[in-house]
Ligand binder design. Structure first.
Ligand code: ADP
Ligand code: MG
Length: 242
């Protein structure tokens, strides 16, 4: 099987005033095309560092990052990113925020086509009717939905999400998990999700990579053996019969 993302023996240390700070140590991750890889690990273990390395925003000290059979050495247009606190431009409407990556990546695409693409995605995540609102007029969960649309509007090969649902309440978060699965069912893309939440990792992931230690290593890779049409019920133990 072709691996869309390959992290091979990646080590990285930051240079700090008190000397080098080793963060990642010989990381190994392989994500086949179309798969969803959830990465869990304690705070400060280097998860955000890993996202920057995959996106080509940084280069590792040692080891290699491969994307689609090419070594990553610079930022990629074919990578979409979503974060815990999405930065939305307040002077633009939701629709215009979602369209933004297309203006950069596909400047020649006709405006009507861009609008249609953004409207289609917003409808899929339940934001039909909110296209003309400003970001501050939406709830946190709605803003995160819009930011997911923005992250995939240009059809990136890979969507990298760094704790995207971390700031949301439990109910909103679970709604977003379902939206995420619906989006991927409609439009398959390869995903790397950074999360603290094991339930989230298991509900969304095809594989769960567990990082631990200082510097962090790949401690375990768990294949999630659950049906593709899993529902949230799967995360709850059946009640014991008495
Ligand atoms: P996580 O996302 O798992 O919480 P990070 O990748 O953000 O972890 O950070 C890993 C470690 O590297 C932390 O100890 C953090 O303080 C440190 N770190 C992150 N970015 C930098 C940087 N630009 N310069 C120096 N140290 C950094
Ligand atoms: Mg982080």
């Amino acid at each position: 099987m072709e691996h869309l993302i390959e992290i091979k023996g990646v080590s990285h240390a930051y240079t700090t005033k008190s000397g080098p700070l080793p963060v990642l140590d010989g990381l190994e991750i392989a994500v086949p095309e179309g798969e969803f890889c959830a990465v869990v690990g304690p705070s400060g273990c280097g998860k955000s560092t890993l996202t920057r390395l995959i996106a080509g925003l940084m280069r590792p000290d040692r080891g290699e990052v491969w994307l689609h059979g090419a070594r990553v050495t610079s930022p990629r247009k074919t990578v979409g990113m979503a974060f815990q606190n999405p930065v939305m431009l307040e002077w633009r409407t939701i629709l215009e925020n979602v369209i933004l990556p297309l203006e950069i990546v596909a400047p020649k695409m006709p405006r009507a086509e861009r609008v249609a693409r953004a409207e289609h995605l917003l409808e899929m995540v339940g934001l039909k009717g909110f296209e003309g609102k400003r970001p501050s007029e939406l709830s946190g969960g709605m803003r995160q939905r819009a930011s997911l649309c923005r992250a995939i509007v240009h059809k990136p090969d890979v969507l990298i999400m760094d704790e995207p649902f971390g700031a949301l309440d439990a109910f909103t978060r679970e709604d977003l998990w379902q939206t995420m699965r619906d989006l991927r069912a409609a439009e398959p893309f390869t995903c790397v999700l950074i999360t603290h939440d094991l339930r989230e990792a298991v509900f969304l992931g095809d594989q769960v990579v567990v990082l631990s230690g200082r510097p962090a290593r790949t401690q375990r890779v768990i294949d999630v053996d659950l049906p593709a049409d899993r529902t949230l019920d799967i995360l709850f133990e059946p009640r014991a019969q008495d």
